[in-house]
Design a protein around this ligand. Structure first.
Ligand SMILES: *[C@@H]1O[C@H](CO)[C@@H](O)[C@H](O)[C@H]1NC(C)=O
Ligand SMILES: *[C@@H]1O[C@H](CO)[C@@H](O)[C@H](O)[C@H]1NC(C)=O
Ligand SMILES: *[C@@H]1O[C@H](CO)[C@@H](O)[C@H](O)[C@H]1NC(C)=O
Ligand SMILES: [Cu+2]
Length: 171
């Protein structure tokens, strides 16, 4: 195996190990006066990704259906979250709608929708070799979410390292 095939393997494996955690609104969090369309632009969400809502006591988070989303109807949420630091896993594919149920906040912009795509990673095994630990039980393994860049860089470094080792051994 040479560097090229190492990189090829890396490309095949990398998406599988990257469940991404997004902090909703970035540094501004879940709040009034944040443009969530801007925050969403350029992001693609896959099943297994996580949205982390961080906010103060005047807000909370409801997931709602599309009609309630359009109308900013707060009376029939599918699910309510109010811890102020809510990790919401995008567990199924398709649209998901989020609003703040505090009076007028949805109308004033605390709402957004995402379309969750199927993650194409059937082989979601971690790339790290099971060095000493005898085959760890295949529960939900390394679910540790990481920001996309870090995640990709980690995979890149790992892939480069593996291919370099092979390259050295084979030459
Ligand atoms: C909610 O939206 C639906 C369809 O867009 C509309 O028919 C209905 O009147 C709205 N309801 C309220 C309470 O605004
Ligand atoms: C918020 O939740 C995230 C993810 O669950 C966790 O890593 C973080 O430590 C929490 N922060 C606070 C301040 O509780
Ligand atoms: C997902 O995987 C399937 C089967 O491996 C493939 O046919 C399809 O094109 C992939 N979709 C994407 C978006 O990569
Ligand atoms: Cu609010």
């Amino acid at each position: 195996m040479d560097v090229a095939s190492g990189l090829l393997i890396l490309l095949l494996v990398a998406p599988a190990v990257c469940a991404v955690e997004y902090i909703v609104g970035g540094s501004q969090g879940w709040d009034l006066n944040v443009d969530y369309q801007t925050w969403l632009s350029g992001k693609t969400f896959y099943a297994g990704d996580i949205l982390l809502f961080q906010y103060g006591t005047t807000h909370s988070v409801d997931t709602v259906n599309s009609i309630d989303y359009d109308n900013c109807t707060t009376s029939s949420p599918l699910k309510s979250h109010k811890s102020g630091n809510d990790s919401i896993i995008l567990s199924s594919t398709g649209p998901m709608y989020f609003i703040c149920p505090t009076t007028y906040h949805c109308n004033e912009g605390m709402k957004f929708a995402v379309n969750v795509l199927a993650s194409n990673s059937t082989s979601a095994t971690p790339t790290t070799p099971p060095s000493s630990s005898p085959s760890s039980s295949p529960t939900t393994g390394s679910k540790s979410p990481a920001p996309p860049n870090l995640c990709n860089i980690n995979a890149l470094v790992l892939g480069l390292g593996i291919s370099l080792i092979y390259y050295t051994l084979m030459s």
